[in-house]
Design a protein around this ligand. Structure first.
Ligand SMILES: Cc1cc2nc3c(=O)[nH]c(=O)nc-3n(C[C@H](O)[C@H](O)[C@H](O)COP(=O)(O)O)c2cc1C
Ligand code: SF4
Length: 428
């Protein structure tokens, strides 16, 4: 069975042009959807079991159903192309290699939620992807596939491409909305959730690029075919980004539920130099780390990873081979989170920086076991006490690195510094 639902034309010459897309049935699914009622499209997506690919894995059709029925304000679709979670690079390839797939997904999704305007909020550093999408949008306007009365259906749709400026927090949906509105990119207090009050205080659906790009396939083949991939509760395929100590880092689309070790071996070519796995980050930097024992039984679906104490997140798998310093890895992460906190909430602003400085002390060999407890206390006290879950995104990996690899932190005290010569340098 073919499993390249999103990646079929990746790497194929001219795959990003409208001519190529049309010669492979492009926009036929949009035409098909426009002949259905919006409710039928939502129902199809709901029944497919598609869950958001941005990190939380929330069922997409259910989210669309949260839009208020009686609000006369315009509705918006916001496509989250901020993709800043360390280790994640799946959306980038969709935008660069098959931009019209995303645009067709937007047309269908907007029709389903009765919206006439979509925004694509693209990560500032994705300049190349931006130019490709810009061109694709222009081509689609010229052909009349977006704009007024598309396919003579009476449905109008405009797509606005907006560049971010390089802040990780702007991937959080309400910070993204603030930034899109021209304000400082800081998360809003929820509720109200975007479905009730989003862009310009109007009902808004925020969805990840890979989520929206999955919609045309579902419309073409039907929900039942989509649900044949994956497991009962984690349906479909997932575009995993794999990096770190593997022979073939990259993105690979597989049905959800594949055993992690099989994925590493068969897709990513195994661990470099035939080394053993020391740890795996399964779903982006915010997700708790897995030990080699966890790896033996974990599968790549939401439920299995949760049962192993972590999360599928954005599907960014980072493999650490034996010989890697876990303290140094955590230091690297804490450096990132300390830099990226938006600063609105004291537990996050102060806590993450404090964690970073304490882990720095541990790595350089000037800390005591009391400092280790400080990091744990900080992690426990910042989670759930802030405006957004960024603080949890920093606390969860910190807690898991320490509890699962405590011996290694202790070794730093005994050794008065990092026992791994090769990695014994510090982030500034
Ligand atoms: C700190 C933080 C960063 C995030 N970054 C991204 C991101 O880069 N891309 C993304 O799609 N979702 C990101 N999210 C999740 C979004 O808030 C939101 O849940 C998602 O875009 C919804 O889309 P989905 O339902 O299709 O997954 C982030 C969340 C947090 C808390
Ligand atoms: S938790 Fe951190 S990133 Fe989120 S709003 Fe508060 S300070 Fe900003």
């Amino acid at each position: 069975m073919e499993t390249n639902l999103l990646t079929k034309y990746f790497g194929v010459e001219n795959s990003r042009t409208l001519d190529f897309y049309l010669s492979h049935g492009g926009y036929d699914n949009a035409k098909k959807a426009l002949k259905m009622t919006p409710e039928e499209v939502i129902d199809e997506v709901k029944k497919s079991g598609l869950r958001g690919r941005g990190g939380a894995g929330f069922p997409t059709g259910v989210k669309w159903g949260f839009l208020p029925k009686d609000n006369p304000k315009p509705r918006y679709l916001c496509v989250n192309a901020d993709e800043s979670e360390p280790g994640t690079f799946k959306d980038r390839y969709i935008m660069e290699d098959d931009p019209h797939l995303l645009l067709e997904g937007i047309v269908i999704s907007c029709y389903a939620i009765k919206s006439n305007k979509a925004f694509i909020y693209i990560r500032g550093e994705y300049h190349y992807g931006y130019t490709i999408l810009e061109k694709a949008i222009e081509e689609a306007y010229q052909k009349g596939y977006i704009g007024k009365n598309i396919f003579d259906s009476g449905f109008d749709i405009d797509i606005v491409l907006h560049r971010g400026a390089g802040a990780y927090i702007c991937g959080e949906e309400t910070a993204l909305i603030e930034s899109l509105e021209g304000k400082k990119g800081q998360p809003r207090i929820k509720p109200p959730f975007p479905a009730i009050e989003g862009v310009f205080r109007c009902p808004t659906i925020v969805n990840n690029v890979a989520t929206i790009a999955s919609v045309p396939w579902i419309i073409e083949h039907g929900f039942a075919e989509y649900a044949k991939f994956g497991t009962e509760k984690s349906t479909g395929t997932f575009l995993f980004s794999i990096s770190g100590h593997v022979n073939k880092p990259g993105i690979y689309e597989v049905p959800m539920g594949m055993p992690l070790l099989q994925f590493i071996e068969e897709k990513a070519g195994g661990v470099i130099d035939g080394k053993k796995i020391k740890a795996v980050v399964p779903g982006g930097s915010s997700t708790p780390i897995l030990t080699p024992k966890d790896c033996e039984t974990v599968n790549l679906d939401y439920e299995s990873i949760a049962a192993h104490g972590s999360m599928l997140g954005s599907g960014a798998i980072i493999v650490l081979a034996e010989g890697t310093c876990i303290v140094r890895s955590l230091l690297n992460l804490m450096h990132f989170y300390a830099h990226e906190s938006c600063g609105q909430c004291s537990p996050c602003r102060e806590g993450v920086d404090w964690m970073y400085k304490t882990v720095h002390k541990i790595e350089e060999g000037t800390a005591t076991e009391k400092d280790l407890q400080t990091v744990l206390d900080l992690a426990n006290n910042m989670e759930g006490k802030t405006i957004c879950v960024f603080s949890a995104a920093a606390a969860m990996p910190a807690r898991s690195y320490i509890t699962k690899f405590k011996d290694e932190f202790i070794a730093h005290f005994d050794h008065k510094g990092c026992p791994y010569e090769k990695y014994n340098y510090l982030a500034d």
